[in-house]
Design a protein around this ligand. Structure first.
Ligand SMILES: C[S@@+](CC[C@H](N)C(=O)[O-])C[C@H]1O[C@@H](n2cnc3c(N)ncnc32)[C@H](O)[C@@H]1O
Length: 372
């Protein structure tokens, strides 16, 4: 049984209130904070990006998670998955069956297909990725792909990702493109971007757009209040494909540098900037903590790290830097609070809960920091 949606029995308004009060308690020492109204999107069917572990047999595959014995548990009816993605499982099931594509069995270490990943865009198009143990799985799939795509014309990008090792990872390094399209169209921060299979995109696109807009509003408000206009330079650290960076450019920032470890995301961000004629935006593949060293800080720094937070060194650097403000967007208020504990020169001026993951205890919190 899946234990992700631990709040599912509670009325939705209560869930939001619970998260707001948890975030407020955790971040209380780093204020005084003006809390904005929580931002919510759809309560169900909100996941536009999913990663499903495949189990069972090729005749009766399961899509979901593995239980304690590492056997597949089927979650294709899960209510938080967007219905357009749920509808795809029947066809994918047929493709697996006619290809005799055996799901990977963790206990036996046999089989090929480990996971199925899907991303949905605002036009209803889908990127589909098969995480496979080896090329044998790809070979089994190929002859049946054209027929499958005829039945699912809105699946526009298909890849196989190779994960040969027996490890609990979601994907490996090698990506094999199975369709002409090697990228996937996705509107991020109101811009038509082309993302690549291995780059991070947010799980809940509707709420992510609200998150970027919040950063844009803070930048616009600071420009008005300071009477000196938008910031000359902005860093978007942990940039992904640049949702925050593009928002800063749209709010008038003179020069935006996005820093991100995934070269796929960096390539997608740079391609989008070129396609949009946004010469002011550039992306660099680097570790954020290493990259900031020895550089003069810009007026505004935006950080959006993974759940583990910024790590031990970057908060110390941020604490001493000369930036005028920092926007910290976090999917884990516990690590946000821990990082802020090392940044005593800064305090939270405004903060807002974004309910990116309804029914689960997870949340996104964005905070505008100014000098204490
Ligand atoms: C929570 S995601 C945020 C992405 C982006 N800001 C967005 O809104 O989609 C965190 C991103 O940080 C990247 N990342 C992880 N460790 C990093 C590091 N040490 N330096 C730079 N980027 C890193 C990941 O590849 C991922 O794209």
């Amino acid at each position: 049984m899946c234990l992700s949606c631990t709040l599912i029995q509670q009325p939705y308004a209560q869930q939001v209130e619970l998260k707001r009060s948890q975030a407020q308690t955790l971040l209380e020492p780093y204020g005084p904070t003006a809390w904005l109204e929580p931002f919510t999107g759809p309560e169900q069917g909100y996941r536009t990006r999913i990663k499903m572990v495949v189990g069972g047999t090729y005749r009766r595959p399961t899509f979901g998670i593995l239980d304690r014995e590492r056997r597949g548990v089927d979650l294709r009816e899960c209510g938080v998955i967007h219905p357009e993605l749920t509808r795809m499982f029947g066809l994918i099931h047929s493709l697996i069956r006619i290809s005799k594509l055996a799901p990977y069995s963790v206990p036996e270490r046999t089989g090929e297909l480990k996971q199925v990943h899907m991303t949905l865009n605002e036009a209803g198009q889908i990127m589909l990725r098969f995480v496979m143990r080896s090329r044998a799985g790809v070979k089994a799939l190929r002859p049946n792909l054209a027929g499958f795509l005829e039945r699912a014309p809105h699946i526009v990008t298909v890849t196989a990702n190779l994960l040969p090792d027996h490890v609990a990872l979601a994907e490996g390094e090698e990506e094999i493109h199975l369709t002409g399209e090697t990228t996937f169209p996705l509107t991020i921060s109101r811009l038509p971007l082309r993302v690549r299979p291995q780059g991070f995109v947010q799980t809940n696109q509707a709420v992510a757009e609200g998150l970027y807009a919040q950063a844009g509003e803070w930048i616009a408000a600071a420009s008005r209040d300071s009477h000196v206009g938008p910031p000359e330079t902005v860093w978007d650290l942990y940039a992904g494909v640049g949702g925050f960076g593009f928002t800063a450019a749209q709010a008038g920032a003179g020069h935006v540098i996005g820093v991100e470890t995934s070269s796929e995301a960096v390539a997608a961000g740079n391609a989008a900037a070129a396609a949009q004629g946004m010469a002011a935006v550039e992306f660099i593949a680097a570790d954020a903590t290493q990259w900031v060293r020895e550089k003069p800080a810009p007026e505004l720094i935006i950080v959006n790290p993974p759940r583990r937070g910024l790590g031990p060194d970057l908060p110390v650097w941020l604490n001493e830097c000369e930036a005028e403000s920092i926007i910290y967007s976090s999917c884990n208020p516990t690590t946000l609070a821990r990082d802020l504990a090392a940044m005593s020169n800064w305090s939270i001026e405004q903060a807002r809960l974004f309910d990116m993951f309804p029914q689960t205890p997870h949340m996104e919190v964005i905070a505008l920091l100014s000098r204490s």
